[in-house]
Design a protein around this ligand. Structure first.
Ligand SMILES: C[S@@+](CC[C@H](N)C(=O)[O-])C[C@H]1O[C@@H](n2cnc3c(N)ncnc32)[C@H](O)[C@@H]1O
Length: 232
């Protein structure tokens, strides 16, 4: 393949990738900044979700080599549903990363009257680099389907550097039962099967130290799992 043909191919991949991100940004732009908006009309499952996350976090802190309890990151934070409903109850400092400006503004507004301490980063996870060695927990939920496989791996690699010693990343995501990647053209995201998520975690140089299925969600939803992962 000559160099012109190759660069043509790369351009095509690049433009498909940027369409994937642009379409997602356009989708979220027109979503109301509410819990219902964050959960596609399923605000009724928010409490069950937050309680399941709390139980999973508690189980992590029963490990011998458990992380500290000072600073957390909420990745793909939306309007701060997880920050306010769960992370702030466990960490005095919670930073939020979110690509959509109006969601982050809403998060700032609703966190202002609380005792929230932390920074707000208005940037996509595919471009975000955390500060070195500052986080005990990086909680990344219902957003990784918006990253390409390659960007997901490099995001996780950068996250590793943002962790304190004994710190860990928790991924909480939908999984397909078909064993296939399923594309959603409405919000421009993919849902991955379990095996692929595990493979991407390994490729990023991380290992799963604990994994659990979210209980008590309606049976017609995708299975949702939490993965606590640490650098190998
Ligand atoms: C399903 S909502 C979940 C929000 C939050 N994690 C929660 O559970 O309440 C997905 C969020 O991911 C954000 N998002 C989409 N693509 C993103 C990207 N590339 N980087 C960061 N955030 C992104 C959306 O703007 C939206 O706020």
């Amino acid at each position: 393949m000559d160099s012109d043909t190759k660069s043509g191919f790369d351009n095509e991949v690049d433009s498909k990738e940027s369409a994937f991100y642009l379409d997602a940004a356009k989708y979220w732009e027109q979503v109301p900044p509410t819990v219902d908006g964050m959960l596609g009309g399923l605000s009724s499952i928010s409490d069950i979700d937050l309680k399941g996350s709390q139980r999973f976090l508690n189980s992590i802190y029963q490990l011998v080599e458990c992380p500290g309890k000072e600073r957390a990151l909420d990745g793909g934070a939306g309007i701060g549903r997880i920050t306010q409903g769960f992370l702030m109850k466990n960490f005095p400092v919670v930073d939020l990363v979110e690509q959509d400006r109006h969601f982050l503004e809403e998060a700032k507004k609703s966190l202002k009257p609380t005792n929230h301490r932390g920074q707000f980063f208005n940037i996509g996870l595919q471009k975000f680099t955390p500060e070195n060695c500052v986080y005990d927990i990086m909680w990344v939920q219902w957003v990784l389907g918006h990253l390409t496989d390659e960007d997901l791996i490099s995001f996780l690699r950068r996250c590793k550097l943002g962790l304190k010693p004994r710190g860990l990343i928790v991924l909480k995501e939908n999984l397909t039962s078909s064993g296939e990647v399923e594309m959603d053209n409405t919000d421009s995201s993919v849902t991955r099967p379990h095996a692929l998520v595990v493979e991407l975690i390994k490729k990023a140089g991380l290992r799963i130290i604990k994994e659990q299925k979210q209980q008590r969600f309606p049976s017609d939803l995708y299975e949702v799992r939490m993965f606590a992962i640490q650098p190998v």
